[in-house]
Design a protein around this ligand. Structure first.
Ligand code: PEP
Ligand code: MG
Length: 889
């Protein structure tokens, strides 16, 4: 086994072994681009080290061989006193883990070779500056010395010379600083800073290996679901210097605009600087275009290289480069990150350039990007006063009056005000306020903070961790940089897609992509937005290849029509309980309170025509497409008044000696129906089995609606769905009753209806006995909301607010299992139920109607599991179509 690869020996496909950085350095080397020579120590070596606590025995020898070759090539030896070869030691895992692992530059400098470097460069100051950087980085990352100590010493040195930035420090000042730094190292570690260059290198390599298991890195991997056993590669690269004077510098660039996708010159350049200076933002960079005036030769060469890279990678690349005394060097490249809008535009541009095909274009975009493009946005043409910039935690554009506690949020929103809840951080006590607010703004916490997690769950706009804002809840105000005040009642606007925070009201514009899906604008029209055109084309690619059909969860004709405009191929879930709200609630109340058969029949008789009309509208909106109607699911007490409120009413009436017979009966019913665990109680099919006539009424309404539509020349395709089935016997009883009712209606109307009858699979027992259940079901629809709830034993209504933040922070999962399907647990049951169901009934139709049906990652799982369709909320239909296409391409 070979543990070390020269840059010329690798290529871009060896990311597993060489890490992303190493593989791309190798690729550039082999393209003949100017990459400083070097070699990569493989992830395999790292794995051996992490498992056994020692480097593989062959490693030392292999490194020596490669180092010797490098020295030979460069004509100087590592740390050689009169002309030292210096190297950087950089981490580089398969997946980029920004800032999580270690890097050490300028290895090879010592008390002796610093003089050689000074003589060779003709620059004392530069040599001492390089040496102090080495001791600082090495001390911190390899020897574990607190970085603050170096920073403090640096500040003092600047103070002593009256310098405002470190470039102003003199050679003498830097030499004294090196002595200080060495003193810090000796004092803190009990040993001197190592003078042997090879020892420096070996220790740095080991430190990079160790950084794989640093706390930060582990947490990051858990959250991003990067496996822990990949290890990191280590790149040893000969140093080039951008800090050798005005003819040197360093920069970053993109091969096209990562914000819009436009081709052109995009990047930043910093004269006389080393890599970290750009990132640290110590000095101001200039736009890359200005490099043309500073160094025309390097600039032209860079432009040429960027074109080579883009054609070669067939994608936008980002690069880091350094110019050392007029000579250009490439330090890094990778396929670059981009905005959602740019992703769509670049994908179609590359198709037009013939660089990629449609299938590849689908891999260049994703559903989350499409979802981002569907949120309304602030009008960027309007000048707005930005007062801060936090973490974009939950997308959308929200405007409202700032309030600093939940009580006020609720109170003001009840009186019709739009409010933004501003907190330092949120906790479960803030839930009411969060619900009442248009958006949530916090000054603390990251993407997995309580505010972020709960807001995403609620679909509320949220900006969190805006640390430059000082939130003072006692005085009800926030202070922005520069002392700017926002007090309770002042209007603020927050952008959950970018994290930007504005004072005052910024106008909101609808998403052009939604306008297009709604059919209000045409992609082909003249002057059509370029983004809309790109989205239109990518959707066409997806629809052409996808196997999964996409339906919508919709309970009324309006939602159904919108879903259809968005491309839904039917309704996968109509929750009939939503039809029993509002004024009909009273009728349901009468049904629940009925003491006699007559009373009950009267209540059902009142509901029947209303239900029928609902279904007629729905079938009309979805004419020719399947409509799955689910019979009543939730526990009945949800239709009754709140127990506390009612008790108070009864007690009041009693004390005033007012008549309260009805209230009393209601209260008794509420008590009778009260359950400790309603989610596991009298709901779903159980209701149908214990409330005589309830399901029959719904089935009759459905059959009558279908018959009426048929008579009117329509094409209704109704599917009746039974919720919360745990055993085939439940289904058999309901089926028998339903078939009788349907036959009656068919006779009555003189039409044949061909209604299908199926079940939801949302209990573990249903999944485990799917083979039996399929005997009585024409279709299965996986209710992954309840299935997740029952498989994990997590209450879907409570967890997000209670312990999920802690779970996410500890990295137990990177995303809520209610959001993205848990493939190993819930998913395993789905797979088995699919197989068992189809074994019983090969033509069994299979779908999913839980929230997961519109979640990008989950859609891929359902594709692989072999389902026929996914069903999701109307707004997510385009996302599901796109992801179904990506899964199939
Ligand atoms: C489900 O449980 O996944 C489902 C779709 O039903 P509901 O969300 O209405 O319980
Ligand atoms: Mg359910």
């Amino acid at each position: 086994q070979k543990f070390v690869y020269d840059f010329s020996e690798g290529n871009k496909d060896l990311k597993d072994l060489l890490g992303g950085k190493g593989a791309n350095l190798a690729e550039m080397t082999n393209l003949g681009l100017p990459v400083p020579p070097g070699f990569t120590i493989t992830t395999a070596a790292c794995k051996v080290y992490l498992e056994s606590g020692a480097e593989p025995s062959a490693l030392r020898e292999e490194v020596s061989t490669h180092l010797a070759a490098l020295e030979e090539r460069m004509g100087k030896k590592l740390g050689q006193a009169d002309d030292p070869l210096l190297v950087s030691v950089r981490s580089g895992a398969k997946f980029s883990m920004p800032g999580m692992m270690d890097t050490v530059l300028n290895i090879g400098l010592s008390d002796a070779s610093v003089h050689g470097l000074a003589a060779q460069a003709g620059d004392e100051r530069f040599a001492w500056d390089s040496y102090r950087r080495l001791i600082q980085m090495f001390g911190k990352t390899v020897l574990g010395v607190d970085g603050e100590l170096f920073e403090e010493a640096l500040e003092e040195a600047k103070g002593a010379e009256g310098a405002t930035s470190d470039v102003e420090l003199s050679a003498d000042g830097l030499r004294r600083l090196v002595e200080r730094f060495k003193g810090i190292v000796a004092h803190r570690t009990g040993r001197d800073f190592p003078q042997d260059p090879r020892e420096q290198m070996d220790l740095a390599v080991r430190a990079v290996f160790d950084s794989w298991n640093g706390e930060r890195a582990k947490l990051y991997r858990r959250q991003e679901r990067i496996p822990h056993d990949l290890g990191t590669a280590v790149n040893v690269c000969s140093m080039v210097f951008g800090n050798l004077g005005a003819d040197s510098g360093t920069g970053v660039a993109f091969t096209r605009d990562p914000a819009s996708g436009q081709q052109g010159v995009y990047g930043d350049y910093l004269q006389n600087a080393q890599g970290e200076d750009v990132v640290a933002g110590i000095r101001n960079t200039v736009p890359l275009a200005e490099l043309e005036e500073l160094d025309k030769v390097s600039y032209s060469q860079l432009m040429q290289i960027m074109e080579t890279l883009e054609t070669h990678y067939r994608d936008l690349c980002d690069i880091e480069f350094t110019i050392e005394r007029g000579k250009l060097w490439m330090l890094q490249t990778r396929v670059g990150k981009r905005t959602a809008a740019a992703a769509f535009r670049i994908a179609t541009q590359l198709v037009d350039q013939g660089l990629i095909d449609e299938a590849e274009a689908l891999q260049r975009v994703n559903g989350s990007q499409l979802a981002q493009l569907m949120f309304p946005r602030f009008d960027t043409d309007v000048k707005a006063e930005r007062i801060g910039w936090g973490i974009a935690a939950s997308p959308g554009a929200a405007v409202g009056k700032a309030v600093f506690d939940s009580y006020t949020a609720v109170k003001w929103s009840r009186s019709g005000e739009k409010v933004i809840l501003v907190r330092r951080e949120t906790n479960p006590d803030d839930l009411d306020g969060m619900l009442a607010a248009e958006g949530i703004l916090t000054s603390r916490g990251g993407k997995t903070s309580h505010a972020a997690v709960v807001a995403r769950g609620m679909g509320k706009t949220c900006v969190c961790g805006a640390e430059e804002l000082e939130v003072d809840t006692k005085r009800r105000r926030l202070t922005a940089p520069g002392g700017l005040l926002v007090e309770e009642g002042d209007t603020v606007s927050i952008d959950g897609s970018t994290g930007k925070i504005y004072r005052g009201e910024v106008p909101v514009v609808p998403s052009p992509v939604v306008e297009y899906f709604e059919g209000r604008t045409q992609a082909g029209a003249e002057g059509a937005d370029e983004l809309v055109r790109a989205v239109h084309r990518v959707m066409e690619y997806a629809d052409r290849v996808r196997g999964l059909r996409v339906r919508a969860n919709a309970d009324n004709a309006d939602d159904a029509s919108r879903a259809r405009r968005f491309g839904a191929q039917g309704i996968g879930l109509c929750r009939t309980e939503h039809m029993f709200l509002g004024e009909r609630r009273e009728m349901v109340e009468r049904l629940i309170l009925a003491d006699t058969g007559e009373e009950r029949d009267a209540a059902l008789g009142g509901l029947l025509p209303l239900q029928k009309d609902d279904f007629v509208e729905l079938f009309a909106a979805m004419d020719g497409l399947p409509v799955t109607v689910r019979l009543l699911d939730p526990p009945l007490h949800e239709f009754l008044p709140d127990i506390t409120e009612l008790s108070v009413r009864v007690a009041l009436a009693e004390s005033r000696h007012e008549p309260h017979e009805n209230e009393l009966r209601l209260l008794q019913a509420v008590h009778r129906l009260h359950e400790q665990n309603p989610m596991l109680g009298l709901r779903g099919v159980r209701l149908g089995l214990v409330i005589p006539g309830l399901f029959a009424m719904q089935v009759r309404a459905l059959a009558q609606a279908a018959a009426e539509r048929k008579r009117a020349g329509g094409d209704p395709r109704a599917e009746i769905m039974i919720p919360l089935v745990g055993t085939v016997q439940e289904l058999e009883i309901v089926r028998e009753e339903a078939e009788q009712v349907i036959a009656e209606v068919e006779r009555e109307y003189g039409v044949a209806l061909a209604l299908q009858l199926g079940t939801m699979i949302e209990l573990p027992r249903a999944a485990l006995t799917a083979g039996q259940i399929a005997e009585s079901a024409d279709f299965f629809s996986f209710g992954t909301n309840d299935l997740t709830q029952t498989v994990w034993g997590f209450s879907r209504d409570d967890v997000e607010a209670s312990f999920f933040t802690a779970y996410l922070e500890k990295g137990i999962f990177g995303v809520s299992p209610f959001e993205t399907i848990d493939k190993d647990g819930v998913g395993a049951l789905v797979r088995d139920a699919v197989a068992a169901g189809r074994a019983t009934r090969p033509d069994l139709k299979l779908g999913v109607c839980g929230e997961h049906g519109g979640d990008p990652e989950s859609v891929h799982f359902f594709h692989e599991a072999g389902l026929d369709y996914v069903s999701c909320s109307p707004f997510r239909v385009p996302v599901a179509r796109l992801e179904a296409g990506r899964a199939a391409a």
